[in-house]
Design a binder for this molecule. Structure first.
Ligand SMILES: [Mg+2]
Length: 267
């Protein structure tokens, strides 16, 4: 039977309904680690990945948060490659977490998961296989992200199931991948239990857990971070979800921008 108690526990609460309470908590923290997903979190989801451009006002907000370096550290935690993130954000002194946590880069830090390095040559091969097998399918875009290969199908007319089957057959050929299913994207990644949450903990650990983490994200891959940071900090999912490990939700990207403003005005 469906358990109503579990449902209530799993349903995030609207952040701004409880803002007074949350702000009170934040005011007590001298150091905050702000961790933000990119697509669907600080930038609305775009038809094509390259069209997801950061609003200059939001970029300035982020920059001003980064400048308050005594209080804030900032990380962008995304499924995109770090190279891609850097060119989209053009911000110094922040941490970039790329390809769902497999790589991390920032001031005095460069990390790549060992298994990602090992699997990299197979990613190159899988990319070629997928590009070949999906060649005739219009609106599908295969992306080699270095440590993973992604199949974007937002613009595809073809049945999602057919695309998925082709991705699965390439996955089966190599046996060293797992399938990540995001928003209109299938992705083959190294078959390891390592995600955005682990990379977030790696960052917190680097500063001896002195920071109070705030994690905001919108996708399935962010659930890993919500789970791992739930008891440590503030977790916020973008969009109203019935099931999420996040404690709070905001309605949309605009409400995330509003949160950035609120954080900047913290003492
Ligand atoms: Mg996202």
């Amino acid at each position: 039977m469906f358990n109503i108690k579990i449902w209530l526990q799993m349903s995030p609460k609207h952040l701004y309904r409880f803002w007074f309470e949350v702000e009170g908590r934040l005011k007590k923290e001298s150091k905050i680690f702000l961790m933000l997903d990119y697509d669907g979190t600080i930038v609305p989801i775009a038809e094509k990945p390259e069209l997801a451009i950061l609003n200059p006002k939001v970029r300035l907000l982020l920059k001003n948060i980064v400048l308050r370096s005594g209080k804030f550290k900032v990380a962008i935690v995304s499924g995109r490659s770090i190279k891609d993130l850097k060119s989209l954000l053009r911000l110094k002194d922040i941490y970039y977490v790329g390809v769902h946590g497999l790589t991390v880069e920032g001031p005095n830090l460069k990390f790549t998961h060992r298994e990602a390095v090992r699997v990299k040559p197979f990613i190159v091969k899988a990319y070629r296989d997928l590009a070949e097998s999906l060649k005739g399918v219009s609106g599908v875009f295969v992306e080699d992200k270095g440590f993973t290969v992604a199949v974007h199908y937002r613009l595809a007319k073809e049945n999602r199931r057919i695309i998925r089957e082709r991705v699965l057959s390439v996955k089966a050929k190599y046996g060293c991948f797992r399938l990540l299913e995001g928003k209109k994207v299938f992705e083959l990644t190294p078959n390891i239990d390592w995600g955005k949450g682990d990379a977030s903990l790696l960052l917190l650990k680097r500063f001896r857990f002195k920071h109070f983490p705030i994690y905001v994200g919108d996708d399935k891959t962010d659930e890993d971070a919500f789970k791992k940071l739930k008891d440590k900090g503030l977790t916020v999912v973008v969009g109203r979800k019935r099931f999420s490990e996040a404690k709070y939700y905001v309605k949309n990207v605009r409400e995330v921008w509003f949160l950035l403003q609120k954080l900047l005005s913290l003492p």
